[in-house]
Design a protein around this ligand. Structure first.
Ligand code: GDD
Ligand code: MG
Length: 351
């Protein structure tokens, strides 16, 4: 059996100020379908698994109600709530430990809640293949996306020897590098053997637990004990705050020699920051505007307002992003949108 697990606990800071503490990116409906990114992810995975009632979601307490509102069909016992956010490694381990109690032989898929996939048919084929590779090789299977620019916000996967040939070949991974600096990213892009980590992982429950036991023995032991205490959540509540805050990429994928990659294309877009709006709302216009905009000598700008008919006017600007909400106006150069996170951090420290 294949059990998809959606990670929906991120705070989505790069879409600030549209995403606020109470409404991060996964709950936004950014395109014309009206479905939020979380709903679209769940739709996609229900289709792949063929068993809609099997999809699990891991999220933080702040988002519990919103997840249930967005996914009314999901059985409530499929929702795992982390007492506090500790990034993706503890979230994945928590889900794997829970799964191990009831379906130890399952293949588990881990999926970000906030990505877009435009080629559904290709996605289904790649998932079918990934499940097969994970099951037969016992490897930690990643999906590699052809890189198009030296992004510093992604993991980079270097493919080594071929493990399984065929239409969608799988390779052993010789090196996984999470979020390299600009210079390294440039070198990886030029090298040609690297793909971007899509953030989707497919592995046997037993394989990922073994990897945690080996590479994060402390986290593994503590969380296993807490989850082993059964239905009472007191143990999990007590242990979570003591666990290191670390992503699955740093905690496991950079360390393990059991990683595999399937290079694939399915119209993947992680909608990582405001620049994604340009790709979402393809337009022939000089600027991408959601809401009313008048631009004089303005080009390549992204303008977004949640404020009804209010007008944004710009003069003599190139390549900027302007976002206006009820409480915040953000103006940022397009090449600095990754730094929005830093503003959010600063506001958290000095509100
Ligand atoms: N439950 C839970 N708890 N979910 C979380 C937490 C947490 O503490 N933190 C993040 N998430 C969720 C996010 O909501 C998102 O759906 C997913 O986990 C990935 O987290 P991000 O914070 O978006 O990761 P990233 O974009 O910086 O990097 C990852 O994705 C890239 C591709 O988009 C890495 O896997 C990179 O290697 C990868 O290239
Ligand atoms: Mg992300």
């Amino acid at each position: 059996t294949f059990v998809p697990v959606i990670l929906a606990g991120g705070s989505g800071e790069r879409f600030w100020p549209l995403s606020r503490r109470n409404r991060p990116k996964q709950f936004l409906a950014l395109d014309e379908t009206g479905r939020s990114l979380l709903q679209a992810t769940s739709d996609r995975l229900c289709r792949v698994s063929g068993q809609p009632e099997s999809v699990m979601v891991v999220t933080g307490g702040d988002y519990r109600t919103q997840v249930l509102e967005h996914l009314p069909e999901m059985p409530i016992e499929n929702l795992l709530v982390e007492p506090v956010a500790r990034d993706t490694a503890p979230a994945v381990l928590y889900a794997a430990l829970r799964l191990a109690q009831e379906q130890p032989d399952a293949v588990m898929g881990v999926f970000p809640a906030d990505h877009r996939v435009t080629d559904a048919g290709a996605f289904d084929r790649v998932m079918g293949r990934a499940i097969e590779v994970a099951d037969t090789t016992g490897r930690l299977v990643t999906i590699g996306i052809t890189p198009t620019y030296p992004a510093t916000g992604y993991g980079y996967i270097q493919a080594g020897e071929e493990l399984l040939g065929g239409e969608l070949p799988a390779y052993a991974v010789s090196r996984f590098t999470e979020k390299p600096d600009a210079e390294t990213a440039q070198a990886f892009l030029a090298d040609g053997r690297y793909t971007w980590n899509s953030g989707m992982f497919i592995w046997r429950v037993g394989s990922i637990l073994a990897a945690f036991e080996q590479h994060q023995p402390d986290m593994f032991a503590r969380l296993r004990e807490a989850v082993g205490q059964g239905r009472s959540l007191a143990g999990v509540r007590a242990v979570f705050p003591t666990i290191e805050k670390i992503s699955i990429d740093y905690a496991i994928l950079e360390k393990s020699d059991q990683v595999a990659v399937i290079p694939a294309e399915f119209g993947w877009d992680d909608l990582g920051d405001w620049n994604a709006l340009e790709r979402l709302l393809k337009t022939e216009d000089a600027n991408v505007a959601v809401g009313r905009h008048v631009g004089l000598d303005t080009g390549g700008a992204i303008l977004y307002t949640t404020q009804g008919d209010d007008l944004i006017a710009t003069i003599g600007l190139e390549d900027v992003v302007v976002v206006r909400t009820a409480e915040v106006t953000l103006v940022v150069r397009k090449d600095r949108t990754q730094d929005i996170k830093k503003v959010v951090q600063q506001l958290k420290a000095h509100p």
